[in-house]
Design a protein around this ligand. Structure first.
Ligand code: PLP
Length: 404
């Protein structure tokens, strides 16, 4: 979403007004942007897909409530996320539970809640699910998270191939046999594959779907257990930086239509198809609002020190697997209107005592920035507050507000 598309939905003056009205540091999430992105996603998918939201992207209750009210399910990675989703109206029957380190007590709780699929990430986990299910006296719905052995090279963050996630495809048969021979404890739901995050190439996203369909055929060919669902994971990217072209949704839509019309995959049509994006649904909906505390000279250029920082927005400082830190799009809002004036360029630093706490470098301000002014960082809706080292330096939490 370009800045002007965002401002068509939200309005620059509205952001300015809210920045002035809200205490800082604060995150603001605009639900109308989430609705737009959901409509874009659904418009791109062949009709029979169910959308589950990857709660790890942002578990804010306002976002979960909105997504739940739209009939969206949830992908959760802990009991905390499961309970957050349920408390905002997402029924456990529309929740899948994945993650390589589920404890036995988490598994037992997921069985008690009756989640629609516990996606096992190892053969040892399958044994624990079977044991917990006997103890709970309830059949557990289990899926297999498969690791296809390779990751999309275009993914910003790779989560398959040589990573700790999922069961190797070579062990699929063994896993299916185990589930089949424990049918008093386990009911097989189907496959789950999530290969990576922040994929911006429509060709790579479509190829990812194709490789998952091939794995589903492999499972079907084994003839051991029918597939009730295929979960294609998340990973659809958003464009954070000027060199990143946004995902071409029109192209993706036509590639997916061709793929799902391919007769090679006709036998898989009866299985439910699920996608579980996080970043694509909420990433562009959020802004992070900070206040300038100090403007001071530095050895290279002037610094603006703001009241936020990497403890609240690790992504801004280059965290969460980025190789190079780059500037997010930002905007200055003077606390009192002042004439626009080009000229000074700044480094923006947070309030932590580490040189890593750099939030933007060499950015040009369109006004004479002073303490008290606001700096707003866009594309801050996903992997923001809860993906940051919040306890570092003991500052208070940023406020968060979901707005219609
Ligand atoms: C299993 C699983 N599903 C979905 C996602 C969501 O990924 P994204 O936010 O890139 O769509 C993740 C992210 O790590 C994940 O681990």
């Amino acid at each position: 979403m370009t800045r002007s598309e965002f401002f068509d939905l939200v309005g620059r003056e509205e952001v300015q007004r809210l920045a002035r009205a809200s205490g800082t540091p604060a995150y603001l999430y605009f639900l109308r942007v989430v609705r737009k992105r959901h409509a874009d996603l659904v418009g791109c998918l062949p009709r029979r897909f169910d959308v589950y939201y990857a709660v790890k992207a942002n578990p804010h209750p306002g976002l979960l409530r909105e997504l739940g009210s739209m009939g969206i399910g949830a992908d959760v990675a802990s009991i905390g996320e499961l309970e957050a989703a349920i408390s905002q109206g997402i029924p456990p029957g529309r929740v899948e539970f994945s993650g390589p380190g589920k404890t036995e007590s988490e598994i037992a709780k997921a069985i008690q809640h009756g989640v629609s699929s516990i996606n096992a990430e190892s053969l040892a986990e399958l044994e624990i699910i079977a044991r917990a299910s006997v103890r709970e006296g309830r059949i557990a719905q289990v899926g297999i998270r498969l690791n296809p052995g390779v990751a999309p090279t275009q993914a910003g963050l790779r989560m398959s191939g040589a990573t700790q996630f999922g069961i190797q495809a070579a062990n699929l048969e063994q896993a299916l046999r185990f589930i089949r021979s424990n049918d008093r404890a386990l009911r097989f739901t189907g496959l789950h594959v999530h290969t990576g995050s922040q994929i911006l190439s429509s060709e790579a996203v479509a190829e990812n779907f194709r490789s998952i369909l091939e794995l589903a055929l492999l499972s079907e060919d084994l003839g051991l257990l029918p597939l009730q669902k295929i979960n294609f994971g998340g990973g659809w990217g958003i464009s954070y930086f000027p060199h990143q072209a946004p995902l071409d949704l029109a192209d993706l839509s036509s590639r997916l239509a061709d793929l799902f019309n391919d007769s090679r995959y006709a036998s898989l049509k009866t299985a439910r198809h699920i996608v579980e994006p996080g970043r694509f649904l909420v990433g562009e909906s959020g802004v992070y609002v900070t206040t300038v505390l100090y403007r001071k000279p530095g050895a290279r250029r002037e610094f603006l020190i703001v009241d936020g920082g990497m403890h609240q927005h690790y992504l801004l400082a280059g965290g969460m697997g980025q190789v190079i830190r780059r500037n997010f799009e930002l905007d200055y809002f003077p606390v009192l209107d002042r004439p626009s004036r080009h000229g000074s360029s700044f480094d923006v630093a947070g309030c932590l005592c580490t040189p890593q706490d750099l939030l933007a470098t060499d950015v040009l301000a369109h006004c004479d920035v002073r303490p008290g002014d606001h700096i707003v960082f866009f594309n801050s809706g996903a992997y923001g507050l809860t993906a940051s080292p919040l306890l570092f330096l003991g500052h208070r939490l940023a406020a968060e507000t979901a707005l219609d």
